[in-house]
Design a protein around this ligand. Structure first.
Ligand SMILES: C[S@@+](CC[C@H](N)C(=O)[O-])C[C@H]1O[C@@H](n2cnc3c(N)ncnc32)[C@H](O)[C@@H]1O
Length: 236
């Protein structure tokens, strides 16, 4: 996944490259799929935030957040709907949701440093009602359930790069998602490692495509496509 793939800045995380040996999906397993990597990233970003007040990377850029918020508004999702941001990182998207008036929002991340950073940022922004928790989405504690909306911006991508049984981890992801989301609830995923068709296949059990959100197109060498897929699924 590349934070830059959607018009924003940031490093590339992805994915199906020529380096290393690809697994069955064509992905090259990578440190980017490990907790150690993300701990190191957010420890560094936490230091930078404390020193300079810089909140750090916005994965897929500002527009990726605006696109999701526009959809929530267009669909008239009530402001008290419960929203879960899966793998919230620095929590900047939670702050955006709160600025738009959403009042029941939770961010989880398996990296304690990410949760420390998102806690510092949400506190500085004055949104102390945002709930934050260290949680591994693939091994959830029992309290998390009943969400109306689940958001994933880059987390399923990261999990797909895990060097250790990524296929199993993706299946576990779908199970965890089924557990936390209410029936008829919406799942909004932004990915640059998976195409629309591949995501439809990954989430075919228990979810159906509700809407595809427009993302920037590229064309190269006579071929064209989207650098990022942004889909809304509904739990059946
Ligand atoms: C590419 S970053 C995206 C961060 C954030 N969603 C954003 O848009 O800025 C991927 C995030 O997923 C988190 N993550 C990866 N695997 C996870 C898991 N199994 N459970 C919870 N968080 C996870 C990482 O710690 C990291 O914060």
């Amino acid at each position: 996944m590349s934070a830059g793939a959607d018009g924003g800045g940031g490093p590339a995380v992805a994915a199906r490259s020529g380096d290393g040996s690809p697994g069955e999906d064509g992905f090259v397993p990578s440190a980017l799929g490990t907790r150690e990597h993300w701990d190191a990233v957010y420890e560094r970003e936490l230091r930078t935030f404390r020193e300079y007040g810089d909140t750090g990377e916005i994965w897929f850029g500002e527009e990726s957040m605006n696109r999701l918020i526009r959809w929530l508004q267009k669909r008239k999702i009530p402001l008290d709907a419960s929203v879960l941001d899966i793998g919230t990182g620095n929590g900047v998207f939670l702050v955006e949701l709160a600025k738009f008036g959403f009042s029941n929002i939770t961010g989880i991340d398996y990296s304690p440093s990410a949760i420390q950073l998102s806690g510092s940022i949400t506190e500085k922004e004055g949104f102390s009602n945002i709930k934050l928790k260290v949680e591994d989405f693939l091994n959830l504690s029992t309290q998390l359930s009943g969400f109306h909306i689940c958001i994933d911006k880059g987390t399923f991508d990261a999990i797909s790069l895990n060097p250790d049984s990524a296929t199993e981890k993706r299946k576990q992801y779908v199970k965890s998602l089924s557990r936390v989301l209410k029936v008829k609830g919406f799942f909004l995923i932004t990915s640059c490692n998976w195409t629309k068709e591949e995501l439809l296949n990954e989430f075919s059990e228990g979810f159906e495509l509700f809407e595809e959100l427009p993302t920037p197109k590229f064309s190269f060498g006579g071929r064209s496509g989207n650098s990022v897929a942004a889909l809304v699924f509904q739990k059946m």
